[in-house]
Design a protein. Sequence first.
Length: 621
Amino acid sequence: MKKYLYLAVAATALVIAGCDKTQKPDTSDQGTGAQAQIEHEVVASAPTVQDAKEFLENSETEIVELTLRAKIAYWVNANFITYDTKAMATKVGEEGALLSTRLANEAKRFNDLDLPADMARKLDGLKRGSNFPAPDKPGAALELSGIMTELDATYSEGKFTYNGKAMSLGALSNIIATSRDPKELQTVWEGWRTVAPPMQKDYARMVEIINEGSRELGYADTGVLWKAGYDMPADDFTKEADRLWNQVKPLYDELHCYVRAELNQQYGDEVVPLDQPIRADLLGNMWAQSWGNVYDLVKPAGEAPKVDITALMAKADYDEIEMVKVSEKFFTSMGFEPLPDTFWERSLFVKPKDREVVCHASAWNIDDQDDVRIKMCIKKDGEDFKTVHHELGHNFYQRAYKHQPVYYKDGANDGFHEAIGDMISLSITPDYLVQIGLLDESDVPPASADIHLLMQQALDKIAFLPFSIMMDQWRWNVFNGEYAPSEYNDGWWALRTKYQGIRPPAERPANAFDPGAKFHIPGNTPYMRYFLAHILQFQFHKAACDMSGNTGPLHRCSIYGNTEVGTKFNNMMRMGSSKPWPEALEAFTGTQKMDGSAIIEYFDPLIVYLKEENKDRKCGW
Ligand code: X8Z
Ligand code: ZN
């Protein structure tokens, strides 16, 4: 699932895995580079539309062949991290990087041709290379692939010994979620971050390599390359992301103010001073990216039944497989085909006891047809119940566009891919839980409990917004040289404070590399997609609820069982990336613009509540 093979194009072609990792290879033989160049020049002297057509067809054959091989190798590596599987992954990653660089360069031959829109779109995709492009010089692809494999493995194998026990991320995260002892929280939070400093040097080297590769593709740096993947000029994308963030920022500011005041009640002025950023270890999540685990500390006054999915699943004796079955049923209730038997045979659902795996959840389509799988160390809690829906969203999307040519086997943009399953999760309402037999009808919270429900949801969804935007602000600054390696960590905390209003529990050590303690940095997955997804999922949800004739508040709307919505959703999904994303968005929502107003509408009663609660408080940091 490394992204080295990720073919910007159709991104999925070489998607190897993952949260939707698409990759693409370059099989160019470096030894014959000079010869190839001469040949290209001859061909390039008079390329025709027919030449371009043949080039695209041949490239597709190469991509399909390598993608399948690469995904199998990556799958095995991610399921059994060993010296040998890392070697396999590195080898195929090298091939992928080579292929993608070669095809990007070859595609330039057709720059001056007046081509049909569809062919031009495919070539544009090829010319973007991969998200992690290797420069066209001997050894670069292999070095890059080796670094990426090692970073991924180092993160996944990371452990910290606490109370005499070597703990991995899952166990440490449980402590962060449930402990209310600031000293313990600090120890565990700092402990997990000890996995990262050994990665910094390799990370900095990787940045040098992919920046060089990006420049060869015609981009100023890798950040500009990433931003070029949204059917608009890179600068426009930066503005678009800022516009969306500014739409939702006022809501985050209110939530921050409220949560800080409530935590102050719990921990006192010394631990939570009211005029400062919040300590990052107190928010219930290892990266303070979603705060649902501290609901009990910040819940609104007044009694209201909590819809505790973890407890409901335990009562109903759900195991990990049942969680996936119930999630699948949501999709089939909307008219999607059930998952194939191979999904159940080949997926990884439970953390193995006897070997190292990449536990971070991901969804794969090995053959770009029906061999879909997830790989996840499922915990039997409400958070992972939603993550299972998230992953199946990837799988159902992958299947919906399986008939597309390899160039278009991808999300309309990467935010769409991350939004599908999350949109379904927004329909996990109390009434839905009754329908599937998890909740008793008599336990459905009355309308008077809406603030409580919305608070639970906001702690996850609203708190996530600034985190998801700062992640790639950091990477963009790393790629464009604003942060030298010696400034990586300070830059990270400057952005964490600026966007999220949080701070580390104590001064960080000189060698700290805190970005490396979050999967997507060593795992090399761009993150802006999750920010977009958090906007899009509410936009999709609103469109779906409108379609279904819903007249109640958005947060009580569930589209479970609605095949009309399912058909329309599928119509958008089956387009893959064949058209610019605004057209896909329009196919489902009727509008071409991403828009944060649905999220504001969803949380409207909570905004009123928070403003009232905060009216005598000094907000900000
Ligand atoms: O990485 C993921 C998914 C796989 S694509 C589990 N997510 C982000 C994260 O964990 O940081 C989902 C939400 C954000
Ligand atoms: Zn995902």
